[in-house]
Design a protein around this ligand. Structure first.
Ligand code: BTN
Length: 243
């Protein structure tokens, strides 16, 4: 596998996308010590100080219709959750679709960006940010209630290389399972690690607010939400707006 290591980049997503456009094969991994313009979902920025976290992007070239791309995000979240649980004795859960939380605070996020042609995936770049050794001072005041790091939760530092190696191992195992058996085994694993299911939420979706209780994942990776009137609705993307 090709691993490209950088000191400082704007975003590993940009580097990986450029490499993918130039024909880089599936499995190519771009890792940076620091990102000056790391990005998160929903146009947010991602704090990526030098040497303190895992900031990486993985190029994938699955032969899939574009509509299945969200399944890969969920797969990556399961792989990451398994890797981190293996290395840190913490209660880590997945908040839909792909945030990893410890005690309700975020320690990791995944951003999947895809390029498609005729509704089929050309490549996807799975961006993974893991807040490993950040301290409270690394976070702006406004984020301290909602974001944390493995170091803050554990009280000690972790080796970033071991985390990357464990993630790649788990990802590879699950990606093979996915290619052989489809999404359903991944879906069960995701549901078992989820902290989102069966708890009432208010979700801010592009189509407006949805209130209800998430009861599972659909085949496409959307969240199935049961509304107070009993009707079910699918949510493909959202922010939570409260408990
Ligand atoms: C989120 O939770 O909003 C997703 C965060 C994704 C951050 C990672 S860090 C490596 C890669 N490069 C980026 O610019 N973003 C992703």
């Amino acid at each position: 596998r090709t691993v490209k290591l950088f000191d400082a980049v704007d975003s590993t997503q940009n580097i990986a996308q450029r490499l993918a456009e130039e024909g880089a094969p599936e499995g190519t991994l771009v890792i940076a010590e620091q990102q000056t313009n790391g990005r998160g979902r929903m146009g947010r920025n991602w704090i990526s100080p030098p040497g303190k976290g895992v900031w990486m992007s993985l190029i994938l070239r699955p032969s899939l219709p574009l509509q299945f791309a969200p399944q890969l995000t969920l797969l990556a979240a399961v792989a990451l959750c398994r890797a981190l649980k293996e290395l840190a004795p913490l209660d880590i859960g997945i908040k839909w679709p792909n945030d990893l939380l410890v005690g309700g605070k975020k320690i990791s996020g995944i951003l999947l960006e895809s390029s498609a042609e005729d509704e089929r995936i050309r490549y996807v770049v799975a961006g993974i940010g893991i807040s490993v050794n950040l301290t409270e001072d690394d976070y702006p005041e406004a984020l301290r209630d909602t974001a944390t790091s493995l170091r803050i939760e554990l009280g000690n530092e972790l080796d970033r290389t071991e985390i990357i190696a464990a993630f790649i191992r788990h990802f590879q195992q699950l990606y093979t399972l996915y290619q052989q058996e489809g999404f359903s085994p991944i879906q069960s694993l995701w549901e078992a690690l989820s902290v989102t299911l069966n708890k009432p939420v208010k979700l801010l979706t592009p189509a407006g607010q949805v209130e209800g209780t998430p009861i599972g994942l659909s085949e496409s990776g959307a969240l199935i939400v049961r509304k107070p009137d009993g009707a079910q609705t699918l949510v493909f993307s959202a922010e939570s707006s409260g408990p």
